[in-house]
Write a protein that binds this ligand. Structure first.
Ligand code: LLP
Length: 428
């Protein structure tokens, strides 16, 4: 039997997650379908909660990793807040009844409407990413006759040693205020009447598999924090973002516990509230994408296994060359071949894996694409007019549909036909 991820195991040669037979799930809901194990999410969250106990803290789950309402509700039940980057994510977090005073709003492009919405809902804070945004928020708060709580998101310029597309805390990245300009911006906030600086924030990147980059950034942030404290002693929040990596293949990321404990150690006896914004480390290894093999093609130089899930369902392999382990749902002795597992989309980059030594899968075989809980469904699209996949949550050995598969009608439901196109012209 191949190595198996936490919560997944073969029983009678069939892949089960948390005791549920995945072949049955595929039979009932069809494919492609995302399947999440609640207990994996709960375990990761609990590990972080335990490790952070020694200091005041808020875990603001990063909604972008997986924004399904049932995932948000699961985390809400455990006490999580939310890190959001759009009005849509705020709407979702509130729909899932996450308390507004545990919501932080990051992102470089907050619109006036989104700021209005967040201000009305009284979120914990806006993480400011530019001087112009600071001025805009002060101005909008004034029009609401309110004072908006803000943190300044700093770009600490550390190398997270991850894929360049998901490194966010290097000086050439669009995120945050340059480290050397941060203190000056802090001084500016003190002159504004409708913003209240409550803390500093950073986020250096994602899928980080070493502790060292986090240490570099927390040290730099603490140095700044101590300077800010001298200017405004009431500032007491340090938001260190998310970014902890998970195992997709043979990475060896630090455990959640080790990550959190290392940060706390560095913080020492400072009286501050620590905010973390984990996404992937909470949900990444809790989800899989179930897909079925449609055809097998032998090209002149390459073998292709064509699955019914494509880049519109899971874009990570196409976008980042990301590795996802692929396991058969029915375990049997397969011959290994070198093949690409591809989807049905009309793009050569539509791959689940490229030229990997893999089982000689056959039409009808069910596959589990592993570690798809984060940035899977939340990054899916309708490309090629493909309806979005169903999503299923497994809890206490039962499965629940948490998002219906979309229909063709869903695809066109928002489109409008102008009057001059209502009647189809007939050729004379
Ligand atoms: N906080 C902020 C401000 C962020 O931008 C992010 C992720 C997080 C927290 C959560 O990071 P995590 O703990 O999940 O690493 N689509 C990419 C990942 C993009 C991450 C963007 N920001 C992927 O599929 O790998």
């Amino acid at each position: 039997m191949p190595p198996i991820f936490d919560g997944f195991r073969y029983k009678d040669h069939l892949l089960h997650s948390d005791g549920v037979n995945l072949a049955e799930v595929a039979e009932k809901y069809g494919t492609p379908t995302y399947v999440y194990i609640s207990s994996n999410i709960e375990k990761s969250y609990q590990e972080l909660e335990e490790a952070l106990k020694p200091i005041p803290h808020i875990i603001c789950y990063s909604v972008k990793a997986n924004s399904n309402l049932s995932i948000l509700r699961t985390l809400n039940q455990m006490g999580a807040g939310a890190d959001i980057v759009s009005g849509g994510e705020l709407f979702r977090a509130l729909e899932a009844e996450i308390p507004a005073d545990k919501i932080v709003f990051s992102g470089v492009g907050k619109t006036r409407e989104e700021i209005d919405f967040a201000m009305k809902k009284k979120i914990l804070c806006f993480n400011i990413e530019s001087e112009q945004e600071l001025v805009a928020i002060d101005c909008i708060a004034k029009s609401h006759r309110k004072v908006a709580s803000i943190c300044i998101r700093v770009n600490p310029d550390v190398n997270p040693k991850t894929h360049p597309y998901i490194a966010t805390g290097l000086k050439h990245s669009k995120f945050g205020i340059p480290y050397r300009q941060a203190l000056e911006l802090v001084r500016s906030t003190l002159r504004l009447k409708n913003v209240n600086l409550i803390g500093l924030a950073c986020h250096i990147g994602s899928q980080i598999t070493q502790v060292a980059p986090f240490m570099d950034s927390v040290r730099r942030m603490l140095k700044l924090y101590d300077q800010v404290q001298k200017l405004k002693p009431e500032v007491n929040i340090l938001d260190l973002g998310g970014g902890l990596g998970v195992i997709y293949n043979n990475e060896k990321p630090p455990s959640i516990k080790h990550w959190a404990e290392s940060l706390i150690k560095e913080i020492g006896d400072r009286k501050l509230t620590l905010i973390l914004e984990p996404g992937r480390s909470i949900v990444g290894n809790a989800g899989i994408l179930l897909t079925k093999v449609l055809y097998v093609k032998r090209g002149e130089s390459d073998n292709f296994i064509v699955a019914d899930a494509g880049m519109n369902d899971l874009i990570r392999p196409s976008l980042y060359g990301a590795y996802h382990s692929i396991l058969p749902v029915h375990y049997r002795k397969y011959k290994k071949i070198k093949a690409s597992v591809v989807g049905p989309c009309c793009e050569s980059g539509d791959i689940l894996t490229k030229a990997r030594r893999i089982q000689n899968f056959q039409p009808g075989d069910l596959l589990a694409v592993m570690s798809c809980g984060a940035y899977g469904a939340s990054m899916s699209s309708h490309y090629n007019s493909r309806p979005k996949a169903a999503e299923v949550l497994i809890r206490e050995q039962k499965h629940y549909l948490i998002r219906e598969r979309e229909t063709f009608e869903d695809l066109v439901g928002k489109e409008k036909t102008p009057p001059f196109l209502k009647k189809v012209a007939t050729a004379s």
